[in-house]
Design a protein around this ligand. Structure first.
Ligand SMILES: CC(C)=CCC/C(C)=C(\C)COP(=O)(O)OP(=O)(O)O
Ligand SMILES: [Mg+2]
Length: 414
């Protein structure tokens, strides 16, 4: 049984780590530019964050071990005075089960914001001038710093940040409101997917393909972000990511097919589509961003796959809830869980929304229970750290949605 006040994951993971006792590597000193430690508060309602419980295995310490660790200090400019954390804006959805996170380190967030803008403008020519406000309003630096508090350096954070921006560019420009359309989407996605999973063909055609990767902003972004990622990830981490992205693209295609035929899926069908059109590619790179590797066979075990699916689903329904009013305001019917519930179960918009909150909460609780069970059954340090990384990503994702008042606002249902 979980201790009172702790989620099942919180209470079982330290136990599992303690089981490993002397095998767990000593904690490496956190770099000066790191955000608050990964032990975010894990209570149901907003409570002050807990300190790092200290059970997350870090890199080796001691004389001569610095070269073994990716967790080096880094050249992020120090602020002369400690910067007071910005107050959290935006209110959480009433009744939503979530865990508050420590305010992301503003120095890191600013540095990631600076580097990502320079990448977007100078390296991949991502957007025209008049999209700048929207790019800034996305606040991707704060997002990624909140989701990856254990990243050893800003460059590790940049791996996740470039991919996040590229993924959103593909969604916006191919599928949604920046010129996207369901018509012809399959062809566009397939060709963009080759920026992640390269074409191997004859010399004659290889060149044309290579040039195509520079033909539009989504492909330039995918190509470049993947090049950086592959430079840091192991081959199996890169392959894991490609698999998750193929899942994502399949989800986009199902959503587009339903839009084209005006089909409103049954609730379970919608949930199946949203399991693929999903944030999953983001938490599953937590080990690469953290500078370690969850071995492929441990990632592939069915219990881990279930945990990842549940985590991805909870994070994605969070998006459906926070983006509900934004999506209502777009032309045509935008599918999200509250809309599908209201239509398919014949309830009011408000009841559909409130039921979607319950679906989310059940997914979150299942995720936490399954993660705790896996941690107890397989208390390997990389498994424990990875599970923690996924849980922290889930919490950081909620934080970003709640606080991104530029992008999201809540409906008037309470
Ligand atoms: C970052 C990433 C892998 C995104 C893939 C899918 C995606 C864009 C989401 C899960 C977000 O959902 P949605 O398209 O509804 O986004 P907004 O509501 O427009 O923020
Ligand atoms: Mg949405």
């Amino acid at each position: 049984m979980p201790e009172p006040g702790l989620s099942p994951l919180q209470s079982s993971l330290p136990t599992a780590a303690a089981h490993f006792g002397t095998h767990v590597l000593a904690r490496a000193a956190a770099p000066a530019d790191t955000a608050p430690a990964a032990g975010a508060g894990r209570a149901v309602v907003a409570t002050p964050p807990r300190p790092d419980p200290g059970w997350i295995p870090r890199g080796p310490t001691g004389l001569g071990t610095a070269a073994l660790s990716l967790a080096r200090r880094e050249d992020v400019p120090a602020t002369p005075e400690p910067t007071a954390p910005a107050p959290v804006e935006g209110r959480p959805i009433p009744g939503l089960y979530f865990h508050p996170v420590p305010e992301p380190d503003p120095v890191r967030a600013d540095e990631v914001s600076r580097r990502i803008k320079s990448w977007a403008l100078d390296e991949v020519q991502l957007y025209p001038d008049d999209w700048e406000g929207e790019f800034d309003g996305f606040s991707v630096g704060r997002y990624m710093v909140a989701c990856h508090p254990d990243a050893p350096t800003v460059e590790h954070l940049m791996l996740a940040t470039r991919l996040m921006v590229a993924e959103n560019a593909v969604d916006d420009c191919y599928c949604e409101n920046h010129g996207g359309s369901p018509v012809g989407l399959g062809g566009r996605l397939l060709l963009a997917h080759t920026a992640l999973d390269p074409l191997h063909t004859t010399k004659e055609y290889q060149q044309q393909w290579a040039e195509s990767l520079h033909a539009d902003a989504p492909r330039r972004a995918y190509r470049s972000a993947m090049e950086y990622f592959v430079g840091q990830a192991t081959p199996s981490q890169a392959d894991r990511f490609r698999h998750d992205m193929a899942r994502l693209h399949m989800g986009y295609l199902a959503e587009a097919a339903w839009t084209e035929t005006d089909y409103v899926p049954e609730v379970w069908e919608y949930l199946a589509m949203r399991q693929f059109n999903n944030f999953r590619p983001c938490p599953t790179i937590t080990d690469t961003v953290g500078g370690y590797e969850l071995p492929a066979d441990l990632h592939a075990q069915p219990a881990m796959q279930r945990v990842l699916a549940l985590a991805g689903n909870a994070t994605t329904i969070v998006n459906d809830l926070y983006s509900y009013t934004k999506e209502l305001a777009t032309p045509g019917k935008h599918l999200n869980l509250p809309v599908v519930l209201a239509e398919r179960e014949g309830v009011s918009d408000r009841e559909g929304y409130l039921k979607a909150v319950e679906v989310h909460n059940d997914l979150m609780r299942d995720f936490e229970a399954e993660a705790a069970a896996l941690a107890a059954a397989c208390p390997v340090p990389t498994v424990l750290r990875f599970l923690k990384g996924v849980a922290v990503w889930v919490d950081g994702n909620h934080y970003w949605h709640q606080t991104n008042t530029y992008r999201y606002s809540l409906p008037d249902f309470w």
